[in-house]
Write a protein that binds this ligand. Structure first.
Ligand code: SF4
Length: 381
């Protein structure tokens, strides 16, 4: 029997140490104009038998690593044995299982874009089989779409939660119907609210992802206010911030080229972030867990940390223009992680040298040119 199992291409950053288990292939919608994740790939459901065969293959690899731990003197120190396997993994399957064990061996992420679209009885069968085969698993998470979550009954979602699904990651992106339509997201604000509330009510933890900048210069205000309103109605456990990055490969790039869509710069997105936070009236954890976000330190538990988060934004906005530029470029060049590092003279000096190079020649002192240069040099991540 082959010790291989199917691996999908994506997982959220918070699932870096989760076991990856593919329950469906690609995205059943696949039309969002800002997303290139599964473009050109056909959506497919996987059969329960196929998925269960994969779980059995994971179990065999797990047993092999366990045996290796005893044989090699690691005894019950499975994490140490996993680290040794990671140093020289025989293949990607052993690598994935070893990484999972190294991270504690308790979390599983179901790939790809919308596992919730599986028939409820098939998804619950997979979840139960997974927990029976790997009883140490305590947290199972997956991506899902609001529309699918809205179509499932509360009883179905409760059953899925009881079978073991602990958390859903949903791409809300925007709460504005105008932006959702423009980006062909395939859902309305009302779908987001219905689906999100259904998930929260079922007891499954919910992470909603917001795409900062998605409204562009034309719709940024509506995007921020409506997203705040929709999230407040859902009250998810987690709100996770992402920043729009537009590559020429994306369908929405056509709008950038013909001038109908204007990308916001970092400073405009900071103002948008501020308006979004001001518009939130919920108890969620506000998380900025992506390196693309300019002010990653703007995080906290709502509503208590709201003023603290706004104060950080205002601190950035109150900096002299040259310092704001230094920070923006330092973030893009991966030199800074937070505002306090502007006081690090060595880092500050390195960033100044980069700025000098960027503003040489035709672009001298031109903020617009610097924004374009920033996009060209650092934005596509
Ligand atoms: S639903 Fe998600 S994965 Fe599918 S195209 Fe839209 S953003 Fe991409």
């Amino acid at each position: 029997m082959a010790d291989t199992f199917e691996l999908g291409p994506f997982r959220p950053p918070s699932e870096a140490f989760s076991l990856l288990l593919r329950t469906t292939r690609n995205c059943p919608w696949n039309r969002c104009r800002f997303c290139g994740m599964y473009k050109g790939q056909k959506f497919e459901l996987r059969s329960v038998e196929e998925i269960e065969r994969d779980i059995e293959a994971v179990k065999r690899i797990y047993d092999r690593i366990l045996a290796f731990a005893w044989r090699s003197g690691y005894g019950g120190r499975l994490q140490d044995a996993a680290r040794a396997v990671l140093a020289k993994p025989p293949d990607q399957y052993h690598y994935n299982v070893a990484l999972w064990l190294y991270g504690g061996g308790q979390n599983v992420f179901l790939q790809d874009a919308n596992s919730l679209i599986m028939r409820t009885h098939e998804l619950t069968e997979v979840l139960r089989f997974l927990k029976e085969t790997l009883p140490q698993v305590t947290r199972i998470t997956s991506y899902g779409r609001s529309k699918t979550a809205a179509k499932k009954t509360l009883e179905e979602l409760t059953e899925i939660g009881e079978a073991g699904l602990s958390r859903l990651h949903i791409g809300l992106e925007s709460g504005s119907d105008t932006v959702l339509k423009l980006m062909d997201k395939g859902v309305t604000a009302a779908d987001h609210i219905a689906g999100g509330r259904n998930v929260v009510e079922s007891g499954i933890s919910l992470s909603e992802y917001v795409l900062l900048g998605l409204g562009g210069r034309g719709l940024w205000r509506e995007h921020a206010v409506e997203t705040g309103r929709v999230l407040s109605e859902i009250n998810p456990g987690f709100i996770r911030i992402r920043t729009l990055s537009v590559s020429p490969m994306l369908p929405m790039y056509a709008g950038v080229e013909d001038g109908s869509y204007v990308i916001e710069n970092d400073e405009e997105m900071v103002e948008e972030l501020k308006l979004l936070i001001e518009s939130l009236d919920c108890d969620s954890n506000f998380v900025s867990d992506h390196i693309n976000n300019l002010l990653q330190e703007v995080e906290g538990k709502l509503p208590g940390d709201k003023q603290k988060m706004l104060a950080t934004i205002e601190r950035f906005q109150a900096l002299p223009a040259a310092e704001r530029l230094n920070f923006r470029i330092g973030r893009r060049a991966r030199i800074y992680t937070q505002l306090d590092e502007l006081n690090d003279t060595r880092k500050h000096g390195v960033v100044e040298q980069i700025i000098q190079k960027l503003t040489e020649g035709d672009h001298d002192g031109d903020e617009y040119a610097v924004d374009r240069l920033l996009e060209g040099y650092f934005v596509p991540l």
